[in-house]
Design a protein. Structure first.
Length: 129
């Protein structure tokens, strides 16, 4: 559904996903091309009406956050990115992502090994299952 949002709504939604939660001012400050507070509130209200954003009371006003569906949204966004920029190759995308990391934490490396083993049908000895 994110792909079908108008550009500004998608930008605001992506900012909230990145921030986790934010006020109108925080969203406005994170925009590449800032809008007025009232324009940002309008976009947030539209996203709320579409069920993508929820508001909650916060110190000094209201905070907005993406509705908890981030795993499904992340999966959809990642699939689109892999299809668009890596010709559908998850291996090419993973290689590019690893190039961004200076060094993996031991738990990240272990999780990556498990994911590769599960995706490739390889057992603990390195033999095909």
């Amino acid at each position: 559904m994110i792909e079908t949002l108008p550009r500004r709504e998608r930008e605001v939604f992506e900012i909230l996903c990145r921030l986790g939660e934010g006020s109108t001012a925080a969203v406005r400050d994170a925009l590449a091309d800032p809008l007025s507070d009232s324009a940002v509130r309008t976009l947030l209200n539209r996203l709320e009406a579409k069920g993508l954003v929820e508001r909650a009371p916060a110190t000094g006003g209201v905070a907005y956050r993406p509705v908890p569906r981030s795993e499904a949204l992340a999966d959809s966004a990642l699939r689109k990115m892999v299809d668009t920029f890596f010709a559908g190759s998850a291996a090419s995308a993973a290689t590019a992502l690893l190039g961004l990391a200076r060094k993996l934490k031991p738990e990240e490396a272990a999780a990556l090994r498990r994911a590769i083993d599960e995706a490739g049908g390889v057992d603990d000895r390195g033999d095909e299952a």
